[in-house]
Design a protein around this ligand. Structure first.
Ligand SMILES: Nc1ncnc2c1ncn2[C@@H]1O[C@H](COP(=O)(O)OP(=O)(O)OP(=O)(O)O)[C@@H](O)[C@H]1O
Ligand SMILES: [Mg+2]
Length: 516
């Protein structure tokens, strides 16, 4: 059985349904890595097929091959019984394959309609935006994908941007839709909505390949699941016959025990004191409204809330990325209300940002350079004006081992790592120097189940070592597992701080803006 929060099951695919897409013996090697090793699987008409596997298992690579971004070294792709060559995304679209990538690629200054029109066949520079708007509205109704065609993309939330990507694929005639970790960036409510969209696609006989790290979602939304490990397919099983422990075992190759160590009582001195904090959002309105709290050493304070209730701006203000309009922030006994992110990190404040690609790494720089990003001017990494590559590389190598970061070498550009491995690199950099204060937004976003478990243990260990942790997450289970106290944000206010043992329903009601 899956947990009460999991969305309702979809009608299952008839087992005799015809095969729409077959992948046969696909292999792909990058310098130093076998990303796909003779991968074979099939996807049926009207099926939601989940793809599960550890970080770096080769899921995104396989999808990039199906979408024509990479060419396989060997193997075949068969669509509707015919072998096809997919040399580019254009070919993929012509064969009815659409993809919503792990990291979106929308043009931020354009409107929704303009983004959708770009790349529709037959459109050139004079975009028939009017017609596209009508089509968007028609598809939006048909699939329950609400978006405003006139809105500029940079104004949209992540989930709205995702809906635009899905619409774009559907309007281009996708019969097989690939969604690469669509729910990592969604709140549970938004994920439920997305599963409704998938249900409608199934009803129309479309096929969906759906990558996720959340086992509950596999059980709730998929008909069959294929598990990959180290580039290979381990097995494909009907979801009706799968259990969470079994899927976890298939994924990592051994039994997994996710029981976290017991809580240790007692807290230390205040590490972060926030007094009547006011912060403006991107549109110039106050989105953090008079927030006050105290976070102690040896304590994890969870901040729960539905996305868009001021948590992001709160974190940005606390880490120096956004201006404090009013109020005061005292971190590690110093008034940091006006400090820059650089000075904050120098002082021993770790920040795990929400947007890992934009804020967490410098994509073209190497793993080594990213590993010392915050400390390149300090010994032992600098010698006078020069960087000491030997000690920097040694340090990076240490992190690679300690955090099991999969990379061919420390010289590899960070952008070539898999999504989860990028996240591990950020966590390694931020947590390795034993910070006194850790401000973590969605720290396990995009991590597989066993890595998530390791990061949870690490955060608990840092807490026991006397650090203070502010944990912002939309995953209530994560917050309930780790936090000593739970603060709930709603409408920019910290509406309540409740003890860790508070039941899910109460926290859920507070998140929905009800006073309890
Ligand atoms: N363009 C590339 N150049 C070099 N190596 C690559 C490239 N793309 C992927 N890789 C490597 O291939 C392996 C598989 O990566 P992939 O992105 O397919 O993993 P994944 O299963 O999607 O993982 P995650 O869950 O972390 O997203 C990784 O070791 C990755 O570093
Ligand atoms: Mg991936």
């Amino acid at each position: 059985m899956h947990s009460a929060s999991a969305p309702s099951a979809l009608p299952s695919v008839p087992s005799g349904a015809s095969v729409r897409l077959a992948v046969k013996e696909i292999s792909k090697t990058f310098p130093g890595v076998v990303a796909n090793d003779r991968v074979t699987l099939d996807v049926r008409r009207g099926e939601v097929h989940a793809l599960l596997g550890e970080n770096g298992a080769g899921k995104t690579t396989l999808m990039n091959i199906l979408y024509g971004i990479y060419q396989p070294d060997a193997g075949e792709i068969v669509i509707d019984g015919r072998e096809v060559r997919v040399r580019s995304p254009r070919d993929a679209i012509a064969h009815g394959v659409g993809m919503v990538p792990q990291h979106f690629l929308l043009v931020r200054r354009h409107t929704v309609a303009e983004n959708v029109a770009l790349g529709l066949s037959g459109t050139r520079f004079l975009l028939p935006v009017r017609g596209v708007e009508m089509q968007i509205n028609a598809f939006a109704d048909r699939y329950g994908l609400r978006v405003d065609p006139h809105a500029a993309v940079w104004h949209l939330s992540i989930s709205e941007q995702q809906r635009v990507e899905i619409l774009k694929a559907l309007l281009r005639g996708a019969e097989i839709l690939i969604l690469d970790e669509p729910t990592s960036v969604l709140t549970p409510q938004e994920a439920t909505q997305l599963f409704g969209v998938l249900r409608r696609m199934k009803e129309e006989g479309k096929s969906v390949i759906f990558i996720t790290h959340k086992l509950d979602e596999v059980l709730a939304a998929a008909d069959r699941v294929t598990v990959m490990r180290k580039g290979r397919v381990i097995d494909t099983v009907p979801v009706g016959m799968a259990s969470k422990p079994q899927l976890a075992r298939m994924m990592v190759g051994h039994d997994v025990d996710f029981q976290l160590p017991a809580r240790r009582p007692g807290t230390g001195a205040p590490a972060l004191v926030v007094e009547d904090l006011w912060v403006q959002g991107d549109r110039g309105l106050p989105v953090v409204r008079g927030v006050s709290f105290v976070l102690h050493r040896q304590e994890i304070l969870g901040i729960a809330g539905v996305a868009g209730n001021g948590q992001r701006e709160l974190v940005e203000a606390l880490t120096g990325l956004r201006r404090v309009e009013r109020g005061r922030v005292t971190a590690l006994d110093r008034d940091v209300s006006r400090w820059s992110p650089r000075t904050m990190s120098k002082m021993g404040v770790a920040h795990i940002p929400e947007e890992r690609i934009r804020m967490g790494i410098v994509p073209p720089m190497s793993v080594t350079e990213n590993a010392i990003l915050r400390r390149y001017e300090e010994p032992p990494f600098s010698r006078g004006p020069l960087m000491d590559y030997v000690s920097a590389t040694r340090f990076a190598q240490q992190l690679i081992v300690e955090y099991s970061i999969q990379t061919p070498s420390p010289r590899t550009p960070a952008r070539l790592l898999s999504g989860g491995n990028i996240q591990k690199l950020i966590l390694a950099r931020e947590l390795s120097h034993r910070p006194d204060l850790i401000i973590a937004a969605h720290p396990t976003y995009g991590l597989d189940v066993s890595t998530t478990d390791r990061i949870h243990r690490l955060l608990l260990q840092r807490r026991d070592d006397c650090a203070a942790v502010l944990l912002v997450s939309e995953d209530l289970d994560e917050i309930r597992a780790l936090a000593d106290r739970i603060g709930v944000m709603y409408g920019g206010e910290l509406v309540a701080v409740v003890p860790a043992g508070t039941d899910r329903e109460t926290v859920g009601l507070l998140m929905a803006g009800q006073r309890v």
